[in-house]
Design a protein around this ligand. Structure first.
Ligand code: AMP
Ligand code: MG
Length: 408
């Protein structure tokens, strides 16, 4: 059976990264930049007042000095005069400072600020005080966004300051989510005998959104060829289709054969791991009707199998589509906080609580009884990889972990 690393390789070979596309900056939040972006100007573009007050020459400020006010300028106005010995110019926050200024005295430190001559409650000020010099925060020619960087709101703001009204990004992948199973009822219904709620759809939609992609929930398809076919056809219009259930060895596990009927080419089925062994992956190539390929994951129906396979494989596939570095989701080393017994010949991806202090990660396996145990897995914020061996991992042993999301 395929190993996890072989599965990663097949995903890497199958997925063709998206090509870049120009969008309005207002539509780029959360997307990956398709190029380096260089500043074409200094920030601030002029020496700027950081306080409401008076532009002065610091050497003029001494006990009992009086300075003559030459003019008053607000943000957006340009100074007409330059400072000479014994003079001051009133400035508002953000105003361009007149030539000769090397500090701004806050209005709170000025006696009689309305008068033609002002005096001060302080008798010295250091040069540079309350002044932001031209180019202090950014200089023309600096690379401010690297190609492959995800654009979060601070970078969006900086690009707005730079006047990048259009940016080149990789479009947000759309991910259709389809649950399969005769036993499923929608989350807002009370299950009848033998039935359960379709928790996987909501879970996968949340995971898709956590990964920065756009979820397209498609509801439930029954374990029936015609119903599966019509739902899957709809799902194949997205960049990805995630199916849950129907990929194991049961008599109603019809998903792989219906996918084949619809021209989805299998890349792999079954991976040597636990939970998640029955996972299926393939692609419906681009054709005359569909300009973009659709990548299809058949995730095992057991909720924690689906959850783990998403975090391990689907997230990697999404990153790959968005041109992010082509290496599987990065694991970290963590110190195990409690002993843990492992059995069996498959690597185990075990739900865990990962915490981080100043110098290390630590990992505590959650109390969990297997792939159908959502209650146990709901305490996790990541997973530990236990290598296949019949052994007891000791407290403080170093293990590989993945953190799924940040927690407080
Ligand atoms: P399957 O992979 O279809 O054989 O399903 C394996 C197990 O997962 C069965 O116990 C199913 O009832 C359960 N299961 C399948 N789909 C879902 C779903 N959408 N939500 C919750 N559990 C599910
Ligand atoms: Mg099923």
């Amino acid at each position: 059976m395929l190993s996890v690393s072989e599965a990663f390789q097949l995903i890497e070979q199958t997925i063709l990264p998206l090509s870049a596309c120009e969008v309005l900056l207002s539509q780029a939040s959360g997307r990956v930049s398709a190029c380096d972006i260089t500043s074409d100007s200094d920030s601030p573009p002029f020496d700027k007042a950081l306080m409401d007050g008076f532009a002065i020459r610091s050497q003029d400020i001494q006990a009992d000095v009086r300075l003559k006010v030459l003019e008053r300028i607000t943000a957006g106005e340009v100074p007409q005069c330059s400072l000479k010995e014994g003079t001051a110019i009133q400035v508002m926050t953000g105003a361009q400072l007149p030539a000769g200024t090397d500090a701004v005295i806050r209005i709170e430190d000025v006696l009689t600020p309305e008068e033609e001559e002002i005096s001060f409650t302080i008798d010295s000020i250091s040069p540079g005080r309350n002044v932001m010099s031209r180019g202090e925060s950014m200089q023309a020619g600096e690379v401010v966004v690297a190609c492959g960087e995800r654009l979060a709101f601070p970078k969006i703001a900086l690009l707005a300051e730079l006047g990048c009204s259009q940016v080149s990004i990789f479009l947000q992948p759309s991910v259709a989510v389809l649950a399969t199973g005769n036993e499923l009822v929608p989350v807002d219904q009370i299950p009848g005998p033998g039935q359960i709620r379709n928790s996987n759809e909501t879970m996968l939609v949340a995971q898709v959104e956590n990964a920065g992609a756009k979820a397209v929930p498609l509801g439930i398809a029954r374990d029936d060829r015609d119903d599966l076919r019509s739902h899957i056809k709809t799902g194949l219009q997205s960049d990805f289709l995630l199916l849950s259930g129907g990929v194991s060895a049961g008599v109603l596990d019809l998903v792989p054969s219906v996918l084949a009927e619809l021209g989805v080419q299998q890349a792999f089925h079954k991976v040597h791991m636990k939970p998640g062994k029955p996972i299926w992956f393939g692609v419906r190539p681009a054709d005359a009707e569909n300009p973009r390929p659709c990548y299809v994951f058949g995730l095992p129906g057991n909720p924690v199998s689906s959850m783990v396979c998403f975090e391990l494989f689907v997230k990697y596939a999404l990153d790959r589509l968005e041109n992010l570095p082509s290496q599987p989701a990065e694991s970290r080393k963590a110190r195990l906080r409690q002993a843990h017994l492992v059995k069996g010949d498959r690597p185990v991806y075990y739900p865990a609580r990962i915490t981080q202090n100043d110098h290390e990660f630590t990992a505590t396996p959650v109390c969990w009884v297997g792939s159908a145990d959502l209650r146990g897995a709901s305490e996790a914020n990541g997973m530990i990889l236990f290598a296949p061996r019949d052994a007891e991992y000791q407290v403080n042993e170093i293990v590989d972990v993945w953190k799924w999301f940040e927690t407080n």
